[in-house]
Design a protein around this ligand. Structure first.
Ligand code: 1HE
Length: 260
């Protein structure tokens, strides 16, 4: 599981926050086959203490995408399996054990944007820029981007990014939905940790509902979505932890919602 290009550490009193860092800064954190497999293994074998995870990248850029030096002559079958390998790994990120927050800076391009879009929350600092250079390299996305990115920004914007090589800066990226948070240069990681610490205090079943059930409801026809929602609501509210939390509020022991 260990890979020299992937740093892993646990933070917090209960070791509840995992930090995963791409440490291939000399290659702008370009993802080669070994690294994509290491990411998959890491999410499959996440320690049970972990309640939330943060992914970031060493150096000036979050991730330059696929390691283009490995893009050798593949036949159609090999290309298919390569893409499916990325799918399997990023599936482990999106549908893994815990919510994942991407702390973004610099280039978030190609497969780097595909990795970021498999995370549940994206925090971008002012230096972030988003692009899909596959369009000008004569290739196509292969890491799930065609499924996940239109769900964030719509088919028209992704089509434009790939047809024209359009690059979105951090502010415009946040405006169109590529990131949910925009923070000053150098502070994406700290903001992501702050969010992870907060998320780690939620009931695990609620976090599971949000990461595993909500995206599936969003893909269902409304009639089925309402039914899935009702079943998830029933399961969540019957957990003892939910009853404790509701009682704490009714007895004045829990925080009120504060005005933003
Ligand atoms: C790389 C890669 C890479 C950098 N594969 N080696 N991705 C791209 O098309 C992005 C290509 N990269 C860039 O546009 C730029 O490198 C950056 C904007 C990200 C950063 O620029 P800069 O000036 O800071 O770095 P650099 O000088 O371009 O690169 C430093 C080194 O990293 C250099 O290697 P060196 O041995 O000459 O030092 C680069 O070759 C290397 N490097 N990016 C391999 N991507 C599942 S399908 C996904 C499809 C894709 O992701 S397509 C790839 C899209």
């Amino acid at each position: 599981m260990r890979n020299k290009d992937l740093h892993f550490e646990l933070r917090g009193e209960q070791q509840e926050v995992a930090v995963i860092r791409l440490t291939r800064g000399s290659k702008r954190n370009a993802i080669n086959d070994a690294l994509v497999l290491a990411l998959r293994d890491l999410f499959e074998k996440m320690p049970t203490s972990v309640r939330a995870a943060v992914i970031d990248g060493e150096g000036e850029h979050f991730c330059a995408g696929l390691d283009l030096s490995e893009l050798k002559e593949r036949d159609a079958g090999q290309g298919l399996h390569h893409s499916r390998m990325w799918h399997a790994a990023l599936e482990c990120v999106q549908y893994g054990p815990v919510p994942v927050i991407a702390a973004l800076h610099g280039a978030v391009v190609g497969g780097g944007l595909e990795l970021a879009s498999a995370c549940h929350i994206r925090v971008a600092d002012d230096t972030t820029f988003f692009a899909l250079p596959e369009g000008s390299r004569g290739i196509f996305v292969g890491g799930g981007g065609s499924v996940r990115i239109p769900r964030l920004i719509g088919v028209a914007r992704m089509t434009d990014m790939m047809l024209t090589g359009r690059v979105y800066n951090a502010a415009d990226g946040e405006r169109i939905g590529l990131a949910q948070y925009l923070v000053p240069k150098g502070s994406a990681f700290d903001k992501a940790i702050e969010l992870a610490v907060r998320i780690a205090t939620n009931a695990p079943l609620t976090n599971y509902a949000l990461t595993h059930v909500l995206p599936r409801i969003a893909d269902q026809p409304a009639d089925q979505g309402f039914m899935t929602e009702a079943m998830m609501a029933a399961i969540a509210q019957s957990a003892p932890e939910a009853k404790d939390r509701v009682r704490a509020f009714l007895e004045g022991r829990a925080d009120k919602v504060k005005k933003a």
